[in-house]
Design a binder for this molecule. Structure first.
Ligand SMILES: [Zn+2]
Length: 307
């Protein structure tokens, strides 16, 4: 009897061991799959952002719940890494035409503000920049420019650079070739007469873009500019959190992402409160704040009248 019991116990231990080993292998294979997979069509960050922007930017079908559980946060970390890898790969594939940072050799950084114009927030950002004599780069959404043309003109008149941020904040990696081209061309037609040049710099909404699309833009004289320093201010964060986020990856050549416009219910008062502190912080660390044309040594526009 004792022998049978011992044999059963040994068998049970063996089975448990086999299950553990197989589980481990599955987990490793899962990791490998994540690491070797091509970049996800839409990152978690993007999904969260799409949700945050709500119905004013995307159809409700696009919206997904935000990610909060530990397991989901782990996934988010892995995805963020994959995403960063894919941007670095794109930067290598399209040197000078897909950019996430400028030259690391000198202490210069560029402030970029997306989703403008927005009468709720853009004028306040402009006032702060004027007070501190800082020039920045603003990425304009075509449909918003059509609604508030005077504000686009004001941004340009006050010495800032304008870039193209799509017509209606579509996720480029999810739309057809024709729809993608229309997002660029339509916005260009709205912006050009307002500021006198066709913006050379393109920022894809959520940073999402395919290699084909980068190549299409490159062949037409555009430069795609994402970022290496994300303030994550679209989450309506307070100014302390925004500054912490920026400091995390800030270095010479950094392109800093902030917003001066947003979706319904989005509050950028943290961005506005953080801005004077950010400018002072950068200057105290010896950084010169420049526009994208200055940082990248490329013109702001694709036509002759560009500065
Ligand atoms: Zn945007």
């Amino acid at each position: 009897m004792g022998t049978t019991r011992r044999a059963r116990k040994a068998l049970l231990l063996l089975l448990t061991w086999i299950l553990c080993v197989c589980g481990g292998i599955d987990a490793i294979q899962g990791d490998r799959a994540t690491a070797s997979a091509s970049p996800p069509p839409l990152s978690d960050r993007t999904r969260a952002a799409v949700t945050e922007f709500g119905s004013s930017w995307q159809s409700p079908a696009e919206a997904e719940p935000s990610f909060t559980s530990g397991q989901q946060l782990n996934k988010k970390k892995k995805r963020s890494r994959a995403e960063a890898m894919s941007w670095v790969t794109l930067q290598r594939m399209f040197p000078g035409s897909f950019v996430i940072w400028g030259p690391r050799g000198s202490r210069r950084v560029a402030l970029t503000f997306d989703d403008v114009p927005d009468p709720r927030f853009t004028p306040q950002v402009l006032e702060t920049l004027a007070r501190y004599k800082v020039r920045a780069t603003f990425f304009v959404v075509g449909s918003r420019a059509a609604a508030h043309p005077a504000l686009v003109q004001r941004i340009s008149r006050e010495g800032h650079i304008i870039g193209n941020h799509s017509y209606d904040h579509a996720v480029f990696s999810r739309i057809s070739r024709y729809a993608f081209e229309q997002q660029i061309v339509r916005t260009d037609r709205i912006i050009r007469p307002l500021i006198g040049y066709s913006p050379k710099f393109i920022r894809p909404p959520y940073g999402e873009i395919t290699p084909y699309q980068v190549d299409w833009l490159r062949s037409r004289g555009y430069i795609v500019v994402n970022w290496d320093t994300d303030s994550v201010d679209w989450k309506s964060l307070d100014s302390n959190r925004i500054l912490i986020n920026i400091k995390r990856t800030l270095q010479p050549g950094s392109i800093i992402l902030q917003h001066a416009g947003g979706g319904e219910g989005q509050d950028l008062s943290g961005t506005i409160a953080a801005l004077p502190r950010l400018i002072q912080l950068l200057r105290s660390k010896g950084y010169q704040i420049v526009t994208l044309p200055e940082l990248l040594n490329r013109p702001a526009g694709r036509n002759r009248r560009s500065r």
